[in-house]
Structures are given as structure tokens and as C-alpha cells.
Design a protein around this ligand. Structure first.
Ligand code: ADP
Length: 169
């Protein structure tokens, strides 16, 4: 799997699947989540509601991932994952890595060959950006997740974060 860093908006990425930094409710939020629903249109929320009415009655657990349509976005699917809220007292990094690994597993079930990730947990959930990048790259550059994905993109929202990420890569 090739790993590429890009600066920009995840919603415009032309890949098979984009990953949403969702919350457990699956019913929308700010940041990446808000941007995806705004641009993707109501079809995404409709499927999220159906998930809540079915298997995900209690929402999506932290570290897990589930796919829906991408509505009007250029991607075919949105893979929703829920990052952990950063804690200085407790190491939640295994949960953060699960977000990337489980998203890749879902991508494999879909047969997606390209995927774009935002920097999960590094916004409202306050994960320090540099460590968020390190956790993402640990999974994306590791070889232990079976997937069909050939191209993975880590989409950084601003150039300062991209410079940090470039140094780690
Ligand atoms: P979380 O709740 O998991 O922290 P956020 O959506 O608040 O998720 O933020 C995750 C990261 O995504 C932050 O670094 C934020 O700056 C960035 N971000 C926000 N909007 C976009 C977007 N449209 N495309 C790519 N990255 C974005």
C-alpha cells in the first residue's frame, strides 16, 4: 500500500472511500463530519439513521468503522470511524490505531482500492497533531492489516500539519 500525504479538504478527494472522523451517534457533528454531510447531501445521514435503527442501535463504538454511501461526493463510500477523545492520563492510542486498521478492513470488504483519511481525533477530540500523525502512520505503514487498498492518503487540513507529517514520514 502506497501512503501519500496531502494538504486539503477530505470531501473533494477522488478516491474510492473517504473516512469520516465521526462521533458515536453517527448522526453528524462538526469538523470533518459536518463537511462530509454538507457536501455529500442527505443520503449519507439517511443511511446513518438506518444503521442506528438496525445493528448500531447504541451507536458506533470508539475505534470501530462502518461504511455508507458517499452521496454526492466524488468518493463511492464514506467509512465512518469514531476516534477516542485525547486523555493525558490514559493511553488511548490503541483505540486511535484501531480507527485506521478497522477502516482498512471495511475498505477491503467493499473492495476499495484507494482511501483518504483525515487526521482522526486531532480536532474537537484534542489529540496532539504530531502524535495523531504518528499513530496514523504506524498503521498505514505497517503491514499487518489485510486490505485491498493500494493507495492511502492522509489528508491534512493545513500546511503546518502537513510539514509535521512529512517529517515523520
Ligand atoms: P475529531 O472529532 O476526531 O477530533 P475533527 O473533525 O474535529 O475530528 O478534526 C479532525 C481533523 O480534521 C482536524 O485536524 C481538523 O483540522 C481536520 N479537518 C477539519 N475539517 C476538515 C476537512 N474538511 N478536510 C480535512 N480535514 C479536516
Amino acid at each position: 500500500m502506497r501512503v501519500e500525504l496531502v494538504t486539503g479538504d477530505i470531501t473533494v478527494q477522488e478516491v474510492d472511500a473517504i473516512v469520516n472522523a465521526a462521533n458515536s451517534s453517527l448522526l453528524g457533528g462538526g469538523g470533518v463530519d459536518g463537511a462530509i454531510h454538507r457536501r455529500g447531501g442527505p443520503a449519507i445521514l439517511d443511511e446513518c439513521r438506518a444503521l442506528r435503527a438496525g445493528h448500531y442501535g447504541r451507536g458506533l463504538a470508539v475505534g470501530e468503522a462502518v461504511a455508507t454511501t458517499a452521496g454526492r461526493l466524488p468518493a463511492r463510500w464514506v467509512i465512518h470511524t469514531v476516534g477516542p477523545v485525547f486523555s493525558a492520563r490514559e493511553d488511548r492510542s490503541p483505540l486511535l490505531r484501531n480507527c485506521y486498521a478497522n477502516s482498512l478492513r471495511v475498505a477491503a470488504e467493499l473492495g476499495a482500492r484507494s482511501i483518504a483519511f483525515p487526521l482522526v481525533s486531532s480536532g474537537v477530540y484534542r489529540w496532539p497533531k504530531e502524535d495523531a500523525v504518528a499513530q496514523a502512520l504506524a498503521v498505514l505503514r505497517g503491514s499487518d492489516v489485510p486490505t485491498t487498498v493500494e493507495d492511502a492518503r492522509l489528508v491534512l487540513f493545513d500546511d503546518a500539519t502537513r510539514v509535521i507529517a512529512q517529517r515523520l514520514l
